[in-house]
Ligand binder design. Structure first.
Ligand SMILES: Nc1ncnc2c1ncn2[C@@H]1O[C@H](COP(=O)(O)OP(=O)(O)OP(=O)(O)O)[C@@H](O)[C@H]1O
Length: 238
């Protein structure tokens, strides 16, 4: 049986904007084991980015419980914000790889130094960093700076950074949304290839139905819960 990575139950989130509450979603549950992949879909504004932010601790839910890699975050418990933030920061530094639509690279560092920095923060060895760039087809660009390479090459570098930290979970928010179709397909193929090789769990927010189809299960935020832990039935049909 694969090791459980994530179990989130009955998550809800409401923002307040201009004094008015904006209920984004409620009752969302999701579970994921090592090696599994989940596509997060739903119309624009349905809360895909918000859910990813809850699952890496960048936002705090109003309701629900998140169990992740041995840590439990219960919105009903009055945990001090500082402690809650520190526990999440530790997970993001070492165990959760986060990717966004635009690669989040340090402009003053070469691609290789960006990868090394990420590995160092995650307390992973630095030696494989160059070979991660090579596996992603940009080994010869290692000494270039982010503004000296293309958007697709920057996203490949972002992938190298995520895999160099040897994470247990990758959260990717429209990671190919700013790339042309062909480049997006190439980068996506690398992502799924390396995910299969390493056995990391993956949650991918996307508007792209073809991309969503490549994941094992789809969670449509219009529908609610998805549970693909071993022994559980899969979530609702997309
Ligand atoms: N910090 C915030 N303050 C107020 N409202 C917010 C905040 N963040 C998000 N929202 C609102 O929450 C809703 C969900 O936003 P979110 O970005 O999660 O949707 P999404 O499904 O990722 O959309 P898209 O597909 O367009 O990226 C939207 O109505 C958005 O305006």
């Amino acid at each position: 049986m694969s090791q459980q990575v994530l179990e989130a139950r009955e998550l809800s989130k409401t923002f307040v904007s201009g004094g008015e509450p904006i209920a984004v979603f409620s009752g969302v549950s999701v579970a994921l084991a090592a090696g599994q992949s989940l596509a997060l879909v739903g119309r624009s504004g349905s809360g895909k980015s918000t859910l990813l932010n809850l699952l890496c601790g960048l936002e705090r839910p109003d309701g629900g419980v998140i169990s992740l890699l041995g840590e439990r975050f219960d919105s009903r418990e009055a945990e001090a914000p500082r402690q809650w933030t520190q526990r999440w920061a530790r997970l993001r530094r070492g165990r959760i790889g986060v990717m966004f639509q635009e690669a989040n690279l340090m402009p003053a560092l070469s691609l290789l130094d960006n990868v090394r920095l990420r590995a160092r923060l995650a307390e992973q060895p630095l030696e494989p960093c160059q070979s991660w760039l090579e596996r992603l087809g940009i080994g010869e660009l290692a000494e270039r700076y982010p503004d000296q390479v293309s958007g697709g090459q920057r996203q490949r570098a972002a992938l190298a950074m995520v895999f160099a930290m040897n994470p247990d979970l990758i959260l990717a928010d429209e990671p190919t949304g700013s790339l042309d179709r062909r480049t997006a397909e190439e980068v996506t193929a690398e992502l799924f290839r390396l995910q299969a090789e390493t056995g990391v769990a993956l949650i991918l927010a996307t508007h792209d139905a073809e991309l969503a189809d490549q994941c094992q299960v789809t969670l449509d935020l219009a529908h609610g819960a998805a549970d693909l832990t071993p022994g559980a039935s899969a979530g609702p049909a997309p």
